[in-house]
Design a protein around this ligand. Structure first.
Ligand code: NAX
Length: 325
């Protein structure tokens, strides 16, 4: 029997976590031979609700689930964790300006970054889901000086998965026929879902679709998909977000020959300022991701990258007091 992996989940009483923790316990994220310990973290007001989640987890009698703990203290919640899924975040309340939201979340991720630094397994892999995800990850990373920046990532895998399905549907193919799509930049409406290198059944995708479909339909559909789900369901995406988080961690740990999109610290590739948390196309081998280099960016792609980079730089400027090195 393998040693159990400790998985910390913040925002564990929320809707994404509710669609995720049962699947992790079932072995869907790390494999059906990997025992897990779940360390669930939320704010004090939600601890009672979390006790209910624990009872439900227990009632599933998962063979792989060794233990579940509940806390509102990040120093306890992150203790020795191998994987940290930072899902909890402060939602925008009425009258709240964008910068107020950045600051409110910034405080949360500053504390969590420090707690990860001090208490997590030194090789912890961190995925930030809570919005604004790129900048929250930047803050956590800067407040964890003993961990490597490469241990911090944020999630654009949901956007990536949306791009795969949208292209598959448009070309009348299966999702498994589609490869080399990617999402660049911020997990926001400035993100650039890019199919200029995509293949559908080995064929250049851009030869299978009219050019204006990309700009008039594909890009805005992916950029606005969260809002469309909210309008239809009355709630934001949860099951698909939880599934994307599992995809992200699964591929980061187990590897992926296929291109995937991950928000990672920029190494200066494609002119993105070094250290900015930016979504790139990556490949993952032996638990390490590598940004795919030397893709040719046309004028349109470059403009899209510049726009999303400018937004991320503005976000960084708004929270610069929370970045300690
Ligand atoms: P919910 O409102 O259902 O749950 C959020 C949970 O976080 C609540 O239980 C709340 O008490 C908790 N929380 C708040 N502050 C906390 C703190 N300091 N420590 C621990 N827990 C804390 O939201 P849910 O639908 O689960 O979404 C969670 C986050 O994911 C939101 O920020 C949302 O915007 C973001 N999303 C990110 C996506 C991505 O692709 N990166 C897609 C889905 C989602 O929109």
């Amino acid at each position: 029997m393998k040693q159990p992996k400790r998985i910390a989940v913040t925002g564990a009483a929320g809707q994404i976590a509710y669609s995720l923790v049962f699947r992790i316990a079932a072995g869907e994220m790390l494999g059906n031979d990997q025992p897990v310990i779940l360390q669930l973290l939320d704010i004090p007001e939600s601890v009672t609700a979390l006790q209910g989640v624990v009872m439900e987890l227990e009632d599933c009698a998962y063979p792989l689930l060794q233990h579940v703990s509940v806390t509102a203290d990040p120093n306890i919640g992150f203790k020795d964790c191998d994987i940290a899924l930072l899902i909890g975040a402060r939602p925008r309340s009425p009258g709240m300006e964008r910068n107020d939201l950045l600051a409110a979340n910034g405080e949360i991720f500053k504390i969590q970054g420090r707690a990860l630094n001090d208490h997590a397994n030194p090789n912890v892999k961190v995925l930030v889901v809570g919005n604004p995800a790129n900048t929250n990850a930047l803050i956590a990373m800067h407040n964890a000086p003993d961990l490597k920046p490469s241990q911090f990532t944020a999630m654009t895998r949901l956007d990536h998965n949306r791009a795969l399905t949208t292209l598959a549907q448009r070309t009348g193919h299966m999702v498994s026929d589609v490869s080399q799509v990617c999402v660049w930049g911020n997990h926001s409406s400035t993100q650039y879902p890019d199919i200029s290198n995509a293949l559908v059944d080995g064929i250049d995708a851009t030869t299978l679709i009219p050019e204006n479909w990309i700009t008039d339909s594909f890009i805005p559909t992916i950029q606005q998909r969260g809002a469309a789900i909210m309008a239809a369901r009355g709630k934001s995406s949860a099951a698909s977000a939880g599934f994307a988080a599992m995809d992200h961690i699964h591929d980061w740990i187990k590897g992926s020959n296929e291109w995937v999109s991950m928000v990672v610290p920029s190494d200066g590739s494609y002119g993105v300022p070094e250290g900015l948390m930016f979504s790139f196309p990556v490949k993952v081998k032996h638990g390490e991701y590598e940004i795919i280099k030397n893709l040719e960016l046309g004028e349109f792609s470059q403009r899209m990258l510049d726009e999303t980079t400018a937004e991320l730089l503005q976000e960084r400027e708004a929270i610069k007091d929370l970045l300690t090195d």
